[in-house]
Design a protein around this ligand. Structure first.
Ligand SMILES: *Cc1c(COP(=O)(O)O)cnc(C)c1O
Ligand code: SF4
Length: 338
């Protein structure tokens, strides 16, 4: 395993996450060469490539099986021509998040919780991402630009939890995150900081001492929600990054999206829950796909998702079965389907 990982890491110092993050694979040709898939079996979508470019971190690509178009990790990042489809019920902002965006950088949809977007950047472009058309220009304020969001939280005493969401919040510099967290920790009614991130599994080197320092020094209770979709996303380096977070007392949950031809299978999802549990990560949500333009080829019928959950319930103890949820615009929480 380390041999293939090294072979795709071009940078001189593979231990520095910033170097790896600045050296993503963005050229489809390079990706295909590394994966020995040249010429491609599945054409690229030139139009979506401009709007939502290819981004693939090398440590993640190292886990993709060479020569295999059906690899579940490759499916998640390949900008396929299938993205050009536009079925009638798909749109740019299916969740109507623009209505819950009272100040730049902050979304307030659910009672007691607000979501902040500390950075527009991601270490990968997940092709199924529901924020692929989100206006990050407007929603990633500079330092002084955060005053609006911080004042909003100060004034609303019902807010007990602040959630860092994406982009991928851990793509931001620790200096910035530590600063923002300190501002939030000074607001006494906020008790919990939740971080939704894929970085520890994309670039496990991200979990370093600097990160652990600010995560463990804040008075806030920290909850980390990973987005692992497939057990193959967990290699030894990822596991040791997660072990580090766990050893430092951070509660870690996982959410996945159920995706056609990636993880729409009870055996794979059971294996994922078991692999996560063995490293102290509990399954939280299994999201159905949000109908954003460009993702229709990942969709599966709700009936099919329910059948898979039903099978999972027969294989796993209840605490290892994620809650199947859908996001319905205007609802005061996610809607549980099973
Ligand atoms: C999912 C979500 C939350 C958190 O919801 P939980 O059910 O507490 O996980 C908060 N804000 C937004 C905008 C969300 O989409
Ligand atoms: S990391 Fe999250 S925000 Fe970024 S592309 Fe993937 S799903 Fe979207």
């Amino acid at each position: 395993m380390p041999v293939s990982a090294l072979s795709v890491i071009k940078s001189d110092s593979p231990e520095k996450w910033q170097v790896i993050l600045s050296d993503l694979i963005t050229d489809p040709k390079e990706l295909l060469q590394i994966l020995e898939l040249d010429p491609p079996t599945e054409e690229i979508s030139e139009s979506t490539l401009k709007q939502f470019p290819l981004r693939a971190p090398r440590p993640y690509v190292a886990r993709i099986e060479k020569g295999n178009w059906k690899d579940p990790l490759l499916r998640q990042l390949w900008p396929s021509y299938l993205e050009d489809q536009s079925p009638p019920d798909y749109s740019i902002d299916p969740l109507i998040e623009s209505l819950s965006n009272p100040v730049p950088g902050l979304l307030h949809k659910y009672s007691g919780r607000v979501l902040l977007t500390p950075t527009a950047q991601c270490a990968i472009h997940c092709r199924y991402c529901f924020r692929r058309h989100f206006d990050y220009q407007l929603n990633t304020p500079s330092r002084s630009g955060w005053n609006g969001a911080l004042n909003y939280i100060r004034q609303d005493h019902s807010i007990v939890e602040v959630i860092y969401s994406g982009g991928d919040p851990l793509a931001a510099a620790d200096r910035h995150l530590a600063w923002l967290t300190k501002q939030i920790a000074q607001i006494s009614h906020v008790k919990i900081l939740r971080i939704h991130t894929r970085l520890p599994l994309l670039i496990p080197q991200r979990v370093n001492q600097t990160l652990v320092d600010w995560l463990t020094r804040t008075r806030l209770k920290v909850v980390l929600v990973l987005h692992v979709n497939h057990p193959k996303e967990l290699d030894q380096q990822v596991i040791s990054a997660i072990n580090t977070l766990d050893a430092n007392g951070i509660t870690i949950l996982n959410q996945s999206v159920i995706l056609k031809d990636v993880n729409d299978n009870s055996r794979i999802l059971a294996e994922l829950s078991q692999a996560l549990f063995s490293i102290n990560v509990l399954p939280y949500y299994l999201h159905t796909l949000d109908k954003v333009l460009g993702v229709a080829h990942f969709d599966l019928r709700e009936k099919e998702a329910l059948r898979i959950i039903d099978e999972l319930q027969k294989i796993l103890p209840g605490y290892l079965v994620p809650r199947l949820v859908r996001e319905v615009p205007g609802m005061e929480s996610k809607t549980t389907l099973a």
